[in-house]
Design a protein around this ligand. Structure first.
Ligand code: CO
Ligand code: ZN
Length: 330
C-alpha cells in the first residue's frame, strides 16, 4: 500500500485545485466501481452497487490539501500569499511549494526583530527565482501546495498531506477489497474540505445517503507536552465519538465498535477537541444522515511532516471494509 500512499501524498492538490488528484485516483477505482462521476465542484464519486437489501452509504475522504495562494507580486518578482485552509506561520520558514504548472518556490519571511517571535502569514513571501514582476512565472490567484518526499521508517509513515490522502488510500483499498455489499455505496473523493467541508456538503446534498462515514486523520496525545488526548499511533484506527463540529451517531459508533470487536481489529475512541471532518456536512445535509468517522491517528497535522502508523492504516481499511460488507442495523 505504500506505493499508493506515496503517489497520493506527493501529488499536487490544494483546495479548489484537485484535478491532478482526480486524475490519479480515477484509474485506481475504475476497475472496482459500477459507476464513476464528477460533480460540479469536482468531487470524484465511485458507486459500488449493493444487492438491494441495504442502505445508501456515503464514504468520504478528501482529496484536497492545505496550501497557499498568490495575492500580490512585488516589482522585484517576490510573491505575497494568503492561506488555503489551516496553514500555520511557524511551519513556513524555508519550506518549498509547487504550483500547478510545476514552478517551485521557497518561503521566507521579512526581517525578524525578535527571533523568539514568528511573523504572521502576510509577512512571509515566496521566491520562485524571478527577478521582476514581468518575468515571474506565476500570477495572482495561482495556488501552490507544499513539497516533501514521502518517508517510511519502520511502520511509521511521514509525508505532507497525509491529511487526507491517507483517507483516500484507505477508501480506495476498502473499495478494492469489498467483494460484495448489501449497501448502495458511494465513495466520494471530496474537494474543499480544508476550507469548510464544502465538497462533502454538495455531494451529501445530492446523494442523500442514509449513512455517512468520513475517513480522515485525527491528532494524538502521544508527543511531548501534547494536549491530553486518548489517541496514540499504532493502537488502531480511532472511531470518532465527538469533535468540534459534530457528535457522531451513537448507533453507528456502537456498530463500528461491534464490527471491530467481532473481527479482532484494534481500535481507539476519539474525542477531538478542535477541528472536524466531512462527516459533519453529511450529518446535516437534507433531512440528515447517521454519520460517523474512522480516523487515522496522525502526529503533526497540518505540518509538512504528518506522521502516522502503517498498522493503523491497514486496520482502518479492514474496519471500513467490514462495516460496508455487513448489514447496518442502527
Ligand atoms: Co486538515
Ligand atoms: Zn482532513
Amino acid at each position: 500500500m505504500n506505493d499508493l500512499i506515496k503517489k497520493l501524498v506527493e501529488a499536487y492538490g490544494p483546495s479548489g485545485f484537485e484535478e491532478q488528484m482526480r486524475e490519479l485516483i480515477r484509474p485506481e477505482i475504475e476497475p472496482y466501481a459500477d459507476e464513476i462521476s464528477v460533480d460540479a465542484l469536482g468531487n470524484l464519486i465511485a458507486r459500488k452497487k449493493g444487492d438491494g437489501s441495504g442502505l445508501k452509504v456515503m464514504v468520504a475522504a478528501h482529496m484536497d490539501e492545505i496550501g497557499v495562494m498568490v495575492s500580490h507580486v512585488t516589482k522585484e518578482g517576490f510573491l505575497r500569499f494568503t492561506n488555503i485552509g489551516g496553514v500555520f506561520p511557524h511551519n513556513l520558514m524555508g519550506s518549498r511549494v509547487q504550483f500547478a504548472n510545476g514552478v517551485m518556490g521557497v518561503i521566507y519571511c521579512d526581517k525578524l526583530e525578535d527571533r523568539g517571535k514568528i511573523h504572521p502569514l502576510n509577512k512571509h513571501f515566496i521566491d520562485v527565482g524571478a527577478s521582476s514582476k514581468e518575468d515571474c512565472p506565476v500570477r495572482v490567484g495561482d495556488a501552490a501546495g507544499f513539497v516533501r518526499p514521502f518517508m517510511a521508517q519502520g511502520s511509521r509513515l511521514t509525508a505532507k498531506s497525509m491529511d487526507d490522502r491517507i483517507g483516500c488510500a484507505v477508501a480506495i483499498e476498502a473499495l478494492k477489497r469489498l467483494k460484495a455489499t448489501p449497501h448502495d455505496v458511494y465513495f466520494v473523493f471530496s474537494v474543499q474540505e480544508e476550507v469548510g467541508t464544502r465538497g462533502a456538503q454538495t455531494a451529501a446534498q445530492a446523494l442523500n445517503p442514509d449513512v455517512g462515514i468520513a475517513v480522515d486523520v485525527t491528532t494524538t496525545g502521544d508527543i511531548p507536552e501534547a494536549r491530553p488526548m486518548d489517541v496514540s499511533l499504532g493502537k488502531g484506527p480511532a472511531i470518532k465519538v465527538k469533535d468540534a463540529g459534530m457528535i457522531a451517531h451513537a448507533g453507528l459508533v456502537r456498530l463500528m465498535r461491534q464490527r471491530a470487536e467481532e473481527s479482532g481489529i484494534p481500535f481507539q475512541l476519539e474525542v477531538l477537541l478542535g477541528g472536524s471532518t466531512d462527516a459533519r456536512s453529511i450529518q446535516i445535509a437534507n433531512g440528515g444522515a447517521a454519520a460517523g468517522c474512522i480516523s487515522i491517528p496522525c502526529r503533526y497535522v497540518h505540518s509538512q511532516s504528518e506522521t502516522l502508523d502503517a498498522d493503523d492504516v491497514e486496520n482502518g481499511v479492514k474496519l471500513l471494509a467490514e462495516i460496508l460488507a455487513n448489514p447496518l442495523a442502527l
